[in-house]
Design a protein around this ligand. Structure first.
Ligand code: F6P
Length: 548
């Protein structure tokens, strides 16, 4: 058990030494602090110097990772062992971006040639859409691409297409429909011309309720608008592991892009699930994104306990278990990363929201940090008050690009300055003395100062990491996403949980199935608890009243 490891005991003893330490003093007394805690991968810089750590803390955390067998688990993942044992699957998203030419075997089969084949198929298809040789049923060039999927079959492509807008085709508009809320598909279709719209239906299982419901509506809309079932062949493609279900839905398997059960949904944007990204930025851009992820894979594999992802994971363990942190804020100072926090929520929380160990015992400690965030500077005018002066201890990651595609009037510098000012403010805080002199300088009398002083103090000592990169290009994005993937993996090894299954989503799906049937039948709903019976019945009544 994690808490029985010698390094854990060492960390427990070590924590007491931090009770009266302030980060501002550490920076004052150690001019080399930044140099020691700011590794780079090419131009991607991770500054983790504003953390409540010393060399001793780091040594203990890294020893903990060794004692928890992080290096062995890392090798097991890269070599294709079936570490997702509850689903009897290998975990090989890393193989999707490997270009070493080295074989990787799953059930005795080298998977690398199949990966290359799908990439080639993606190139042919995306080139033809982008250069206008792929035409719709009536002969028109495609102008709009609608990706229909949910969870891992939506968030990665949606996040990446927004992130890489500067690299996207000017001829194509991308749309993402995920929710079973009919407004999502309805609002999207309302604005589209069927003759020039291409649908990409993405679902690993091709059984997911939301995706199939949305795809059915899209198919019906298209056939109605174009007046022919034959039109489907030119307007629908599918990405899935389930060929039979794709065929049953009425999509020609020739228009299908496959991937494999050893690619987890939330790790799948590197597979054909990334087709919307590839259509939008082109296959060269997509391969550059894969190369970025590969950079991070190689960096991580070469040092599974000292690399950037391992360091982020160990810091999160330090804060969650020894500083009572419950959540982690991700604050991109990069509008193009607007969906990055949502993407990370699935990656981190679906992976590590587990309550039993690999041996099936209930864990005796917390797992799975709660990830949330919003782009800066919007967040500053919303929830940063709580970060600075609230009672919660919330470590944060700041992400910042040094350059922008839109260099208007020094705005990028304003953005960058705000980003750095926030991590500085969180770290430094403002002492009572500093606050008092400021109030005095403003000419306030003693009574007013006494009233305001406690409200003007910032405790500071609040840790953060900053990831700084030149520009958010496909390669940088690949590096960033792989960084968080491996961070999540290292956390899971330390917690001794399986990061690659998601049984926790099943119960709600099953209960929804029953309620869908009951709401559809329109008969009295009595078979649940009183609350659910009432909600369902009242919802039926309100719906009837409106339609009546
Ligand atoms: O509901 C959770 C989940 O299974 C995710 O893990 C997955 O990414 C998503 O649903 C979508 O599944 P599919 O790709 O099979 O439609």
């Amino acid at each position: 058990m994690l808490t029985d490891l010698p390094a854990w005991k060492g960390l427990q003893a070590h924590r007491a030494a931090w009770n009266n330490v302030h980060l501002r003093d550490l920076f004052k007394t150690d001019p080399k602090r930044f140099d020691r805690y700011s590794p780079r991968l090419d131009e991607l810089l991770l500054d983790y110097s504003k953390n409540l750590i010393s060399d001793e803390t780091l040594a203990l955390l890294r020893r903990l990772a060794v004692e928890a067998n992080v290096p062995a688990w890392t090798e097991a993942m890269f070599k294709g062992e079936k570490i997702n044992f509850t689903e009897n699957r290998a975990v090989l998203h890393v193989a999707l971006r490997s270009d070493s030419g080295k074989p990787v075997f799953v059930d005795g089969q080298n998977i690398i040639p199949a990966v290359a084949d799908v990439l080639s198929q993606m190139r042919v298809f995306t080139d033809s859409v982008r250069n206008g040789s792929w035409r719709g049923h009536s002969g028109k060039v495609i102008s709009d691409v609608v990706s229909i999927g949910i969870g891992g079959s939506d968030l990665g492509p949606a996040m990446a297409c927004r992130a890489l807008k500067s690299y996207g085709s000017k001829q194509l508009s991308m749309h993402f429909v995920s929710n079973v809320d009919p407004n999502h598909i309805g609002d999207t279709l309302d604005d589209l011309n069927a003759e020039t719209t291409l649908f990409i239906i993405s679902s690993k299982t091709f059984t997911t309720l939301e995706t199939l419901a949305n795809a059915k509506i899209a198919r019906r809309w298209l056939v109605e608008k174009l007046g022919s079932e034959q039109a489907v062949a030119k307007h629908f493609v599918a990405v899935s592991t389930n060929e039979a279900a794709v065929r049953a839905f009425g999509i020609d398997p020739a228009n299908m892009f496959i991937f494999w059960d050893w690619v987890g949904g939330r790790y799948s944007m590197w597979s054909a699930i990334g087709l919307p990204i590839a259509v939008y930025i082109g296959m060269d851009g997509f391969e550059s994104m894969l190369a970025g992820a590969r950079d991070m894979d190689e960096h991580f594999r070469s040092d599974p306990v000292g690399s950037m992802p391992a360091t982020l994971a160990l810091l999160s363990i330090w804060y969650q278990h020894f500083w009572d942190a419950h959540s982690h804020a991700v604050l991109p100072y990069d509008q193009h990363l607007g969906r990055f926090p949502a993407y990370l929520q699935q990656l981190c929380m679906e992976s590590n929201g587990k309550r039993v160990t690999r041996q099936g015992e209930v864990v005796s400690h917390a797992t799975g940090e709660i990830v949330w965030g919003e782009p800066g500077t919007n967040g500053q005018h919303a929830f940063y008050q709580l970060l600075h002066q609230g009672t919660r201890f919330i470590p944060a990651d700041f992400l910042l690009a040094a350059t922008t595609a839109h260099p208007y009037d020094g705005m990028q510098q304003m953005l960058a300055a705000n980003c750095m000012a926030q991590s500085e403010a969180l770290m430094l805080g403002k002492t009572e003395e500093e606050a008092r002199s400021e109030l005095k300088a403003e000419g306030l009398d003693d009574d007013k100062i006494r009233l305001l002083l406690p409200h003007k103090v910032f405790p500071g000592n609040r840790p953060s990491n900053t990831l700084l990169y030149r520009e958010l290009n496909p390669r940088t994005l690949g590096r960033l996403v792989a960084l968080y993937e491996h961070k999540t993996f290292v956390q899971s090894v330390l917690w001794n949980i399986n990061a690659f299954d998601q049984w926790g989503v099943e119960l709600g799906k099953k209960l929804a199935g029953t309620l869908i049937r009951e709401l559809g039948e329109g008969t009295p709903i009595t078979g649940h608890d009183a609350s659910t019976n009432w909600l369902a019945s009242y919802c039926q009544r309100l719906g009837r009243d409106k339609s009546g």
